[in-house]
Write a protein that binds this ligand. Structure first.
Ligand code: F6R
Length: 380
């Protein structure tokens, strides 16, 4: 039931702190101490050592929002665990797979566990590796919210994303849960391969423990603000979302959420790509949402935002409150907590979900059942 919320989507957005807590409890050993001499990983995914042994490469197949979660996963697996990682659209990969590489882990990400393209890509991967020498054998891992699904029966190992059933067609809490799976996987690999110091690892783990509270704070401060902001976009026909680094996939996700439920044309770009074409679209009628979180690409995003401002675009910043510079550039600020850059996607996606929700609700649309979309796409 909707428990007083107007739509399931809004209820599910609000369930996200609880989902993150459930994932933290299930995947992370909180009493783990990096300084202790024991050899237990701080992460507990229940995956066998042979899945990780001599791992040289990871390839991930997924569709839609799950593909966006996979892109955040790629950032973590490469930058934290130092494993070359490719992310492919399942619908493309199944007809044009990459050449076989040895010691490769293939991950299928699908919240429903029923997406035809993702299942077919995994089946193809299993088949084409059969009969090859051992180092080419398939190592398959599923990340799903439904372990009882077709995917659950098809692959030998899964990470259960623990979001609880999601009714709104637009994925929200299952996306957050997929992100949590990738944090756990990347940190587990980083621990085992010793690609980060114990101090860094401990800092990241501590930061993760604070995330549910940060999401709660974001929900509390953003709900009214995004609802107000939604009033201004009744006539808007195009939106651009930009981010860089670990927040580039969040720009894609913000755009997808908006187009799915509000039917407004929206695109996400890595902010540095704007000048290579899309900037020609900008004028006073096209708002630009920029995700600008402190860290390695902050200055770059701000300067990309300035370029958009010079084209008269209305600039909406998803950025920490206290920042004077940001406050000057952005016409509208959607303030978020200044969390560590590496953890920031779990926080920055929240106001984008709310913004999409409020714009669609304001337009009087069927938020939970958008036109032309199904909760799981079981046909090709
Ligand atoms: C977005 C959305 C779709 C799904 C996609 C994959 O809100 O719901 O883009 O993410 O159809 O679905 P799963 O994860 O079930 O494979």
């Amino acid at each position: 039931e909707k428990q007083g919320f107007k739509h399931f989507m809004l209820k599910e957005i609000y369930e996200q702190p609880g989902v993150v807590r459930a994932c933290l409890e299930a995947y992370f050993n909180t009493d783990w101490n990096a300084a202790s001499a024991n050899n237990n990983s701080p992460i507990n995914l229940g995956l066998p050592a042979e899945l990780y042994a001599d791992l040289e490469q990871i390839q991930i197949v997924a569709c839609g929002t799950s593909w966006h979660a996979a892109l955040v996963g790629k950032y973590l697996l490469e930058q934290v665990a130092q494993i070359p990682t490719q992310v492919q659209y399942a619908s493309e990969f199944r007809y044009a797979p990459s050449p076989l590489t040895p010691n490769t882990l293939t991950i299928g990400v699908t919240q429903s566990g029923e997406t035809a393209d993702t299942l077919a890509a995994l089946a193809m991967e299993k088949e084409r590796r059969q009969g090859k020498e051992p180092k080419y054998h398939a190592r398959l891992l599923g990340i799903t919210n439904r372990p009882e699904s077709t995917l659950g029966h098809m692959v030998p190992h899964i990470i259960n994303t623990l979001a609880g059933i999601e009714i709104g067609v637009a994925a929200t809490k299952t996306f957050i849960a997929q992100l949590m799976s990738f944090y756990a996987l990347a940190l587990d690999l980083a621990y085992r391969r010793q690609t980060v110091s114990s101090d860094t690892l401990e800092d990241i783990l501590k930061g993760l423990q604070h995330i549910p509270k940060e999401i709660e704070a974001t929900l509390e401060s953003q709900e009214h603000l995004t609802e107000q902001l939604a009033h201004d976009f009744a006539e808007t026909t195009d939106f651009i979302f930009v981010g860089r680094g670990i927040n580039f996939p969040i720009a894609l996700e913000g755009a997808l959420k908006l187009k799915e439920i509000s039917y407004i044309h929206a695109e996400g770009y890595p902010a540095g790509e704007m000048k290579h074409g899309p900037i020609a679209l900008l004028d006073a009628k096209v708002p630009v949402v920029a995700i600008a979180m402190p860290g390695s690409v902050y200055e770059k995003v701000i300067s990309n935002a300035q370029e958009a401002k010079a084209r008269d675009s209305r600039l909406i910043g998803v950025t920490p409150v206290k920042d004077g510079e940001a406050a000057e550039i952005f016409k509208d600020l959607i303030p978020v907590s200044a969390v560590d850059e590496l953890l920031s996607p779990i926080v920055t996606v929240i106001p984008l979900q709310l913004l999409a929700y409020h714009i669609a609700a304001r337009r009087g649309l069927d938020v939970d059942q958008p036109r032309n979309l199904a909760k799981s796409v079981t046909v090709e």
